[in-house]
Design a protein around this ligand. Structure first.
Ligand code: SAM
Ligand code: SF4
Length: 329
């Protein structure tokens, strides 16, 4: 699949639910309204869409949400999609999770063919973690992280950088991740969806984070090997990788290889744009995949050139009205 700007689309992110057991302040409001369950694609339908994408050239699938591991029986989706790894049609099956359910599921994920996993953790301090997630249990997540490591999964920790919230512990996070053998990636807050707070007060450019880290750690730039938007460094002291995802200050759209499917079957061709294609109707419209494949081709044909996020005081409203938990991070 090649888009109008010559980019090959080889990566599909799939949000399998918009629900979550946490309410991170930058992601959701406290009283989020979730989709009625009847609007969701079934796990079998999600498998069908993913498999159509794999047939059309997608080499990497990331399952996300909301919190993917709160969707009932979601492990069966991993197990069925694992068949594409066995045939060699798919290079990687992975997920992004908040880690709360990992103690239960880490081994099954590994068995299904998952090798690497992204776990979101914005603080090493239990009390602060609770404030950021509104009610999360830090110990539960740490158990989950341990279970992932014990199961042999390669762990990458994602931390959203927030001004005056967690910026004082980034140096310690580099130390801890280095110790555990985890990659660490810092993410800038993106203006997606209404939340209860003020985004301009949370926004912290990663150029500042990197400069502050450089006072304690030696971070040498290394070439990006993931094909994603993260810019990586190697920490000389720990040997670990430390990455920075900067949607606000750095435009990574030129090398974008991905599209995103929501749990209701809507395909977003760009995280930062409104344009979308409905795949649920063609999916349900016939037993075979002809209609679905045509709809996917048509959608890829209008993948936009890029996004245009802005957070400033005059535009203190989301650049994109939908929440990250709908499109999947
Ligand atoms: N619940 C899972 C989790 O937290 O890892 C998966 C979904 S979550 C939407 C995916 C990632 O998006 C998380 O790392 C989260 O921190 C990040 N995220 C959510 N809202 C964001 C925002 N407004 N700006 C930047 N990152 C955001
Ligand atoms: Fe849930 Fe992930 Fe959003 Fe936090 S970032 S509220 S864990 S979906």
């Amino acid at each position: 699949m090649i888009d109008p700007f010559g980019r090959t689309v080889s990566y599909l992110r799939v949000s399998v639910t918009d629900r979550c057991d946490l309410r991170c302040v930058y992601c959701m409001s406290e009283d989020m309204a979730f989709l009625p369950k009847k609007d969701l694609l079934s796990l079998e339908e999600l498998d069908r869409v993913c498999s159509a994408f794999v047939d059309m050239g997608v080499r990497k699938l990331r399952i996300t949400g909301g919190e993917p591991l709160v969707r009932r029986d979601v492990i069966t989706l991993f197990e069925s999609l694992g068949r594409h790894l066995k045939t060699g049609a798919l290079d990687e099956l992975t997920l992004t999770t908040n880690g709360t359910q990992l103690a239960k599921h880490a081994e099954a994920l590994k068995k299904a063919g998952v090798e690497r996993i992204n776990i979101s953790l914005d603080s090493l301090d239990p009390q602060r973690f609770k404030t950021i997630t509104r009610w999360g249990d830090h110990a539960m997540v740490m158990d989950g992280i341990r279970a992932a490591k014990d199961a042999g999964l390669k762990v990458k920790i994602n931390a959203v950088a927030m001004k005056d919230v967690n910026e004082d512990e980034f140096g310690d996070m580099v130390a801890w991740c280095g110790d555990q053998g985890f990659d660490l990636v810092f993410i800038e807050t993106m203006p997606m969806g209404d939340i209860d707070g003020d985004r301009t007060s949370q926004y912290l450019p990663l150029s500042i984070v990197r400069a502050n880290l450089a006072q304690r750690w030696t971070l040498d730039s290394i070439p990006d090997t993931t094909g994603g938007p993260a810019r990586y460094t190697r920490c000389a002291e720990t040997g670990g990788r430390v990455g920075f995802i900067t949607p606000m200050t750095h435009n990574f759209c030129e090398s974008c290889n991905r599209v995103r499917l929501t749990c209701t079957g809507t395909l977003f061709m760009c995280l930062g744009q409104e344009d979308a294609a409905d795949l649920r109707a063609p999916l349900r419209g016939s037993e075979g995949n002809e209609l679905l494949i045509d709809a996917i081709k048509e959608a890829i044909g209008r993948k936009p050139k890029g996004h245009d996020f802005i957070i400033d005081r005059r535009h203190n409203r989301p650049a994109v009205p939908r929440h990250m938990s709908v499109t999947g991070g």
